[in-house]
Write a protein that binds this ligand. Structure first.
Ligand SMILES: Nc1ncnc2c1ncn2[C@@H]1O[C@H](COP(=O)(O)OP(=O)(O)OP(=O)(O)O)[C@@H](O)[C@H]1O
Length: 317
């Protein structure tokens, strides 16, 4: 998959009140076959806008999208044959049962009724959805519905899967089922996966490479390990106070100037030496009496993102 200089502007309002948002501001990316490639970035960064152009659902103002040799800007209708897309919104399939939603997707992708029924049954078994196969999507919990939509996306194998926050709202068992299914397709069919995510833990474990998107631009593109190397050497200290922070302790008062404070939780990114001194200061005397919990952690992809100058104080929703 190759994206070159993609620009997409949304216009709203008319006349003097008209506003423009440049949601994609010259995005270029290449995703290799068989790769699990992630788009990571804060709300409003332009990830869904990018994905909707890749899937032929939205026309770019300028730039090119090539999927397996096909020009998707010129032939958006070809995208449906090349990729399975799981969008953020629940779909038109909502009134159908889980089994019928999966089967219908297979039929829409050109399978015969028997093939679609067989493929749907296999996918439902694979994802552990058999117990709720006869229930309408609209009556399921958010996580169950998401998993059912993911199941439908897999029916009638496509060489490319585009998944926009597939595991949102899922419990750990469902999430694991999603990643096993993705892994299996990659191993057996060389399926390429483009994944939009906010979940940095997931990003660190499942992605081969990740593009960090911010304000409609790609501000970094590397392996998760490569991005984390940007913050190598730093550690993160999280302090949670029982109640008010003990600002009478000079070390704590000084710390407030550089910590990110969210309610009772303070986060500081610093060198291991300084972190050791800080831990020593807060684990003695009145500071310790006021401390509920603390953790010292090695850098995460989120720290790398912040170092890159990402806005909004982090990626978490
Ligand atoms: N249909 C639309 N009309 C006008 N503006 C839009 C439209 N869709 C998105 N935008 C704006 O474009 C920008 C990018 O939105 P987009 O949905 O692509 O971000 P995102 O990275 O997918 O965000 P999230 O993580 O919240 O899903 C935002 O400022 C958003 O408000």
């Amino acid at each position: 998959m190759a994206v070159r200089d993609l620009v997409r502007t949304y216009r709203s309002g008319r006349g003097a009140a008209a506003t423009e948002i440049r949601a994609n501001d010259g995005i270029s990316l290449t995703v290799r076959q068989g790769e699990v490639f992630g788009l990571l970035g804060p709300n409003g960064a332009g990830k869904s806008t990018l994905v909707r152009q890749l899937t032929g659902l939205l026309r770019p103002d300028s730039g090119s999208v090539e999927l397996l040799g096909h020009d998707i800007v010129r032939h958006p209708e070809r995208a449906a044959r090349l990729l399975g897309y799981l969008g953020q919104e629940s779909t038109a399939l909502d009134e159908l049962t889980v089994a019928l939603a999966a089967e219908t997707t297979g039929r829409l992708r050109g399978l015969t009724r028997a093939q679609a029924r067989g493929a749907a049954a296999d996918v439902l078994t694979e994802l552990g959805l058999e117990p709720i196969a006869a229930r309408p999507l609209a009556k399921l919990s958010g996580g169950q519905r998401r998993l059912a939509c993911f199941a439908a996306t897999l029916v009638g194998e496509r060489p490319l899967l585009v998944l926009d926050e597939p595991t949102t709202g899922m419990d750990p068992v469902a999430r694991r089922a999603v990643w096993s299914a993705v892994d299996r397709r990659r191993a057996e069919h060389g399926t390429t996966v483009l994944l939009v995510t906010h979940n940095v833990i997931e990003a660190e474990t499942v992605l081969d490479r990740v593009a960090v998107v911010d304000d409609g631009r790609v501000i970094a593109c590397d392996t998760p390990g490569g991005l984390k190397a940007l913050v190598d050497g730093d550690v993160r200290l999280d302090l949670v106070w029982r109640d008010e922070a003990p600002l009478g302790v000079p070390a704590v008062a000084a710390l407030r100037e550089r910590a990110e404070c969210t309610g009772r939780r303070w986060t500081v990114r610093t060198t291991p030496e300084q972190a050791r001194e800080l831990v020593a200061a807060v684990t003695t005397g009145p500071a310790f009496a006021a401390l509920d919990d603390f953790t010292l952690a090695t850098p995460s992809l989120e720290d790398a993102y912040l170092k890159l100058g990402g806005r909004h104080g982090g990626l978490a929703k």
